[in-house]
Design a protein around this ligand. Structure first.
Ligand code: HEC
Ligand code: HEC
Ligand code: HEC
Ligand code: HEC
Length: 127
C-alpha cells in the first residue's frame, strides 16, 4: 500500500515538473494556433454540410452535452480514426497519451484546439 502511494506521488511529481518545463511553449505556441483556426467553421456546421443534423449527435429533445462514445456511432473506432491521419508527421489520434476523448480537441460549437499543445508546439488545425 505504501509503495502504491509513493509511486502515485512520483507520477504526480513528474507530471507537474514536466508541465513546468513546458510552460514557456504554451504561451509561444498559442497565438499561431488560434490564428489558423479562425478560418475554419465550427464542427457542428461541418457536419450539417454532410447532412448530419442536430440529432445525429444529440438525442431527441432539448440538446444536452454529448458523450464521446456518440462519435463512434459514425466514426467507427479510435483505430479507424487514427488510420485516417497516419500519414501526418505527428498523428494526433495515436500518441503516448493513448485514446484521449475526441472532445478534448474537437469542439462542436466553439473553436477546436489541439490538446497536445499544452506541452508541444505542433502546427495543426483541428476541424
Ligand atoms: C458533431 C456532433 C454535433 C452536432 C451535429 C451538433 N452538436 Fe450540439 N453539441 C455537441 C457537443 C459535443 C456538445 C458539448 C459542447 C461542445 O463540445 O461544444 C454540444 C452541445 C450543445 C448544446 C449545449 C448543451 C449543454 O447542456 O451543454 C446545445 C444547446 C447544442 N449542442 C445544440 C445543437 C443544435 C441545435 C445542433 C444542430 C444545429 C447541434 N447541437 C448539432 C455535438 C454536436
Ligand atoms: C451521425 C453520424 C456522425 C456522428 C454522430 C458524428 N460524426 Fe463526425 N462526421 C460524420 C460525417 C458523415 C463526416 C464527413 C465525412 C467524414 O469525414 O467521415 C464527419 C466528419 C467529421 C470530421 C472531419 C470534419 C472536416 O471537415 O474535416 C470530424 C473532425 C468529426 N466528424 C468529428 C466528430 C466528433 C468529434 C463527433 C462526436 C462529437 C462526431 N464527429 C460525430 C458523421 C458523424
Ligand atoms: C489530440 C487532439 C485530437 C483528438 C483527441 C481527436 N482528434 Fe480528430 N483530429 C485532430 C486533428 C489535429 C485533425 C486534423 C488532422 C489533419 O491535419 O489532417 C483531426 C482530424 C479528424 C478527422 C478528419 C480525418 C480525415 O483526414 O479525414 C476525423 C473524422 C476526426 N479527427 C475524428 C475524431 C474522433 C472521432 C475522435 C475521437 C475518437 C478524435 N478525432 C480525436 C485532433 C484530434
Ligand atoms: C503533459 C504534457 C504533454 C502532452 C499533453 C503531450 N505530450 Fe507529447 N511529449 C511530452 C514529453 C514530456 C515528451 C518527451 C520529451 C520530448 O521528446 O520532447 C513527449 C514526446 C512526444 C513525441 C516524441 C518526441 C517529438 O516531439 O517528436 C511525440 C510524437 C509526441 N509527444 C506527441 C504528442 C501528441 C500527438 C500529443 C497529443 C495527443 C501529446 N504528445 C501530448 C509531453 C506531452
Amino acid at each position: 500500500m505504501k509503495r502504491f502511494i509513493l509511486s502515485g506521488a512520483l507520477v504526480l511529481f513528474v507530471l507537474v515538473a514536466s508541465m513546468m518545463i513546458f510552460q514557456p511553449l504554451i504561451s509561444s505556441g498559442a497565438e499561431e494556433v488560434t490564428k489558423n483556426m479562425a478560418a475554419s467553421p465550427l464542427l457542428a456546421d461541418r457536419h450539417a454540410t454532410k447532412k448530419i443534423d442536430c440529432q445525429g449527435c444529440h438525442d431527441p429533445g432539448p440538446p444536452k452535452a454529448v458523450s464521446f462514445d456518440r462519435c463512434f456511432k459514425c466514426h467507427q473506432s479510435y483505430k479507424h480514426v487514427a488510420s485516417l491521419t497516419e500519414d501526418l508527421a505527428v498523428n494526433p489520434h495515436e500518441s503516448h497519451f493513448g485514446e484521449i476523448e475526441c472532445l478534448e480537441c474537437h469542439k462542436a460549437h466553439k473553436k477546436s484546439g489541439l490538446y497536445c499543445n499544452k506541452c508541444h508546439e505542433f502546427k495543426m488545425d483541428v476541424p
